[in-house]
Design a protein around this ligand. Structure first.
Ligand code: SF4
Length: 254
């Protein structure tokens, strides 16, 4: 198969691999939610990392404005927990420096910076401006597919989404099923006050761009300062209807 055909086949929406497996996973997520969904974030993380998915769970972090709160909790549980960072090649230099500062400060010992496949970029984004022409495809090549590869071998992944961020995040449970994995959202019920308190009480450093008014920080070309009451993620893909990069609604992640 040529490189271009292989990439195009990667972009096709795949049918659910196994309906029975998907149903079992949904039932498992439902039972986990019933049992642990009301526990505090540290207890959820400790249970997920040590008891439910030992050696089979990773954290996915953007090292953005609020990421330190989750990473600090993970470090309290186990500094060796794998942390996946999607190095899209489009991050602000401040984010890369902040990643290095947090990794050192928290003692995280297994941070994996995952890059897009060179052949994908050569085929679809040779000049690096795909974000302007087709941001969904850009996110797919630079985030969704690299994450799919990075999560191979893991049964579950942890992320920092919160209900107060609104949109599709407004009703997320603490445990949810993806096609092949359990997704853990230990901060689902946190609000801005809990995040502020975590930074203050734990002496966590702020992302330099958060100090300049960026409430949600992703890739440089697609991140702007948020618009006050429009919500913390209003600065992402400003001027378009796009609100998510796709890693939380990819066919393999549903
Ligand atoms: S956020 Fe923007 S630059 Fe980053 S992968 Fe998505 S479209 Fe591309």
């Amino acid at each position: 198969m040529t490189a271009a055909r292989k990439i195009r086949s990667n972009l096709l929406v795949r049918p659910a691999a196994n309906q029975d497996q998907a149903l079992r996973l949904r039932e498992r997520a439902r039972l986990l939610e019933l049992r642990y969904g009301a526990a505090d974030a540290l207890a959820v993380l400790s249970t997920a990392i040590h008891d439910i998915f030992p050696g089979r769970i990773a954290v996915v972090s953007s090292f953005g404005a609020e990421s330190a709160a989750l990473l600090d909790l993970v470090a309290q549980v186990d500094r060796a927990t794998p942390v996946i960072f999607l190095e899209t090649g489009k991050h602000f230099p401040e984010t890369l420096a902040y990643r290095d500062e947090l990794v050192s400060r928290l003692g995280l010992s297994d941070v994996r910076s995952v890059t897009p496949a060179a052949e994908d970029l050569a085929w679809a984004d040779a000049d690096g401006t795909l974000w302007r022409r087709n941001p969904d495809l850009c996110c797919r090549l630079r985030k969704v597919l690299p994450l799919e590869r990075a999560l191979s071998g893991f049964s579950a992944w942890i992320n920092g989404r919160k209900r107060f961020q609104g949109g599709a995040r407004g009703t997320i449970p603490v445990f949810e099923a993806s096609e092949a994995r359990i997704k853990v959202n230990p901060l689902a019920h946190w609000g801005p006050e809990e995040i502020r308190r975590a930074f203050d009480q734990r002496g966590l450093p702020a992302h330099p761009l958060a100090l300049e008014g960026y409430a949600s920080i992703g890739c440089g070309p697609c991140t702007f300062k948020s618009c006050g009451e429009a919500g913390s993620r209003s600065g992402r893909w400003q001027g378009s209807t796009k609100t998510e990069c796709g890693i939380h609604r990819a066919p393999w992640a549903r």
